[in-house]
Design a protein around this ligand. Structure first.
Ligand code: ADP
Length: 492
């Protein structure tokens, strides 16, 4: 018998196309409409930032809420998103109608009242979650995301009739930390301030509240769900995550197959699919021209796209460039921005290896598509990676990924080994140790394969392009977890 359709309130501080600062927005923008497509009544709730108000178009006021600790009434506006999804904007002008970034002011410093702003947002979510906003809609599940909504499960914990709660970690390094004085301003139940609650070494953490009180916890890949239970990746929360192990699971993010489709990609001069793979070489030549590199069909062209920060390991690539040059017949293009020292080192590498290395410092959506559609291989040596998107785009575009075996990279790329060649599952090259020798081990094997085993290279490309990293697959896993949460069963 088909399971009952669920009412799901999806609470997030950002979602495309309304407001985006990072990957959280991609997930919150893609997953809810797909769940609706699977027959669930999913509704999205966001703060009414000016950009969100502008982008949503027409809205109507569906409720006014009086929330503890907030002197003005809060207006609940309803608009529509993809798949005719109701989208609620929590309109509290003094908290959210500010120019600039949702979390930081013009000087790049956190808004000083973030604790009040996101308590207010969480209270509004809880009011809807408990059907106390006068909408006559009873959520079965409230799905919370990252620290901005971490308080929601805590606020509803003592309620006699409440929806089940699921908390997803997109980035464990953002704690939503605040002082005890700040806590006292929030008029929250005082018993939340304890070691088993949101107290964290003398401060309070909204993230920890989510982890402590949610019925189910997920993160964005199964391997990362294991890694964060260790001291290396847990930032001091590993004890709590171990304690909640039977409620913690990992679900790999999907990608937007409409935006990332090499057959219809408007950024590619030569779209292609599995039956027209020969077109791809034209994209490679275009890319070499765009980067002012010598046009060499038989050079293995590597690509890198990403923030230039320690996490992403671009410095490891820089480290192996001399070896790559000695090996010969390779080129590397970089696209990214971030750490100024790293940016400068990349610029200098172009002069040191004029026929081999080019970089673009900045953010360029179109170029990121052309790199995926023109490079032969993609380098992703992240030191840690909760999920990662570029390796998924690479698989879809036949750009063979070379990755560090961590987090979502470990869960999406199958290394070439004797066993994976035999069972026909290999899709790329990976390495265990995030250091230059580790990366070289994988790059060296990729060079061997590309230059000496074109049949095998084609097999890797083909298998990657046939893999399924659609949201439909991940949405099915969320749905199963919603049902478990509803029935109080342990996950995953
Ligand atoms: P993270 O969220 O840690 O930055 P992800 O791999 O999950 O890493 O997502 C990053 C997204 O941002 C990808 O879609 C990637 O293509 C894109 N991106 C990062 N840097 C750039 C850039 N300089 N230009 C274009 N796109 C970029």
């Amino acid at each position: 018998m088909p399971k009952k359709s669920l009412n799901v309130l999806f609470a997030s501080s950002e979602a495309v196309p309304f407001i985006k600062t990072g990957g959280l927005a991609d997930v919150s923008g893609s997953l809810p409409p797909v769940l609706r497509g699977l027959g669930q009544d999913v509704r999205l709730i966001l703060p009414a930032y000016p950009e969100a108000l502008q982008r949503i178009g027409e809205t109507r006021e569906v409720a006014q809420l009086r929330l503890p600790g907030h002197h003005e009434s809060v207006h609940l506006l309803e608009g529509r998103g993809e798949n005719d999804m109701p989208v609620y904007l929590v309109d509290a002008p003094s908290a959210f109608r500010r120019k600039g970034n949702p979390y930081v002011g013009p000087k790049g410093i956190d808004w000083p009242d973030n604790h009040r702003r996101f308590t207010l947002f969480s209270r509004a979510v809880a009011a809807l979650g408990l059907n106390r906003a006068g909408l006559d809609w009873n959520p079965d599940i409230v799905h919370c995301n990252d620290w901005q909504t971490g308080l929601v499960p805590a606020l509803m914990d003592h309620e006699w009739q409440r929806p089940a709660t699921l908390f997803t970690i997109h980035n464990l390094s953002y704690f939503g930390l605040f002082s005890h004085e700040a806590f006292e301003e929030l008029h929250l139940p005082t018993d939340l301030w304890r070691m088993e609650g949101l107290e964290f070494y003398g401060s309070g953490s909204f993230l920890k509240a989510g982890l402590a009180y949610a019925d189910q916890i997920t993160t964005v890949s199964p391997t990362y769900a294991g890694e964060i239970r260790t001291a290396t990746f847990g930032y001091g929360l590993e004890g709590l995550l171990q304690f909640r192990s039977n409620r913690l699971s990992g679900i790999l993010n999907g990608i937007d197959y409409a935006a990332w489709n090499p057959a219809t990609d408007p950024h590619l001069d030569h779209p292609y699919d599995l039956s027209t793979l020969d077109n791809r070489i034209h994209n490679k030549r275009e890319l070499q021209r765009e980067f002012d590199l010598p046009e060499r069909d038989n050079a293995l062209l590597f690509g890198y796209i990403g923030r230039l920060v320690e996490q992403k390991g671009a410095d490891l690539i820089l480290d192996i460039l001399p070896r790559l040059q000695r090996q010969g017949n390779a080129q590397v293009v970089f696209l990214g921005s971030g750490n100024p020292d790293l940016e400068q080192t990349l610029r200098e590498a172009q002069y040191q290896f004029p026929e081999m290395v080019r970089c673009r410092i900045g953010y360029d959506e179109g170029l990121s598509h052309r790199i995926e559609g023109g490079c032969d291989a993609f380098l992703m040596p992240s030191r840690f990676e909760p999920c990662g998107l570029n390796q998924l785009y690479s698989l879809r575009y036949g750009c063979v990924p070379i990755v560090h075996t961590t987090g979502g990279l470990a869960d999406s790329v199958v290394d070439v080994t004797a066993a994976t060649l035999k069972n026909g599952s290999a899709t790329g090259f990976s390495f265990l140790h995030a250091n230059p020798d580790g990366l070289w081990y994988a790059v060296h094997r990729a060079l061997e394969c590309y230059h000496n085993r074109p049949d095998l290279w084609l097999e890797l490309m083909t298998r990657g392009m046939q893999s399924d990293f659609s949201w439909e697959r991940s949405a099915g896993q969320y749905l199963r977890l919603y049902h478990k949460a509803l029935h109080g069963e342990p996950g995953p």
